[in-house]
Every structure is written in structure tokens, then in C-alpha cells.
Design a protein around this ligand. Structure first.
Ligand code: FMN
Length: 139
């Protein structure tokens, strides 16, 4: 298996309710756990920041499928890279809310920093995800 990690950003098409998010997560976790896919989803004031980890083909196929989901738009690949180990091994799809204030709190001007900054060992998008995960009630 060629282990890979993919992060993308998107914008919700219509406002997601708590129930909409729960239904999305139930389906995602069921599929991901049977396909050995792990990851984390951050709902960021109407945007999604999602990390998918697993076999390269499996996560690329899933990303292509997710891109077609009418519930969100403007999918933008942040990065994809080969990895030796997973960051979110314990999550078939972890989830937390974050707000745009969290961007500033953790040193980012906007989500475009995730796409433009790519120096150092840990990608800024993953730094942000880890920061909000550690400070929130994820489920
Ligand atoms: C932001 C977002 C993230 C999603 N993440 C996943 C995921 O990790 N795994 C998954 O199977 N489906 C995920 N989905 C749902 C898929 O887009 C799709 O609805 C699901 O695979 C069912 O597809 P089907 O209706 O063609 O069977 C996500 C959808 C959105 C909007």
C-alpha cells in the first residue's frame, strides 16, 4: 500500500445544520472505516478543511467523489503527499468546529495561508488542524 495524505478546502453550498453534519459524518465514517481511510474534518464558519489519509488511490478516488458532492463547492486541493505514518490514525473521520477567529488565534490571516505557505516540516494546514483539535471538543 502506498500511504498518502490529502488536504483540501471547500465552501458549503447551503448552510449545514447540526443534523446535516451528523448525517455526513455517519456516512463518511462508515465508508472510511471499511476502506482503511482515516482523517479529520474541520467545519470552519461555513468552510470545510478536510484531511484524508490512506492508500493513495483510495483517497484520490474518494476526493474525486467528494468534489462532486452538491453540498459544498470550490474544492481546492491544499496538498497531497506520501507519508510514512498517519496523523489521524485513530479517526475514521474526526470532526470539530472552528471559527475564523481561530485562524488569527493560531497565526493565520486567512485560509489562503494554507494554500500559499508550505515551508517547514509540518504543513500549515495541519498545524492549524492540530491546534483547533487540541483546544476543542472533537467528536
Ligand atoms: C465536506 C464533505 C466531506 C465528506 N467526507 C467524506 C468522507 O470522508 N468519506 C465519505 O465516504 N464521504 C464523505 N463525504 C460524502 C460524499 O461526498 C458522498 O456524499 C458519499 O460518499 C456518498 O456518496 P453516494 O451518494 O454517491 O453514495 C463528504 C462530503 C462533504 C460535503
Amino acid at each position: 500500500m502506498s500511504l498518502s495524505q490529502l488536504v483540501y478546502l471547500s465552501v458549503e453550498a447551503d448552510s449545514f445544520s447540526k443534523n446535516d453534519l451528523e448525517q455526513l459524518l455517519i456516512g463518511a465514517r462508515k465508508f472510511n472505516s471499511t476502506h482503511d481511510i482515516s482523517g479529520f474534518l474541520v467545519y470552519l464558519d461555513g468552510m470545510f478543511l478536510q484531511c484524508l489519509e490512506g492508500d493513495k488511490k483510495a483517497i484520490n478516488d474518494l476526493y474525486e467523489h467528494i468534489k462532486c458532492d452538491f453540498r459544498h463547492k470550490e474544492c481546492q486541493l491544499v496538498f497531497e503527499k506520501a507519508i510514512d505514518e498517519r496523523v489521524f490514525a485513530d479517526w475514521s473521520m474526526g470532526f470539530t468546529h472552528a471559527s475564523k477567529d481561530d485562524l488569527e488565534k493560531y497565526g493565520f490571516k486567512s485560509v489562503s495561508d494554507f494554500v500559499t505557505q508550505n515551508e517547514g516540516k509540518t504543513h500549515p494546514a495541519l498545524v492549524f488542524m492540530s491546534s483547533v483539535i487540541n483546544s476543542s471538543n472533537r467528536f
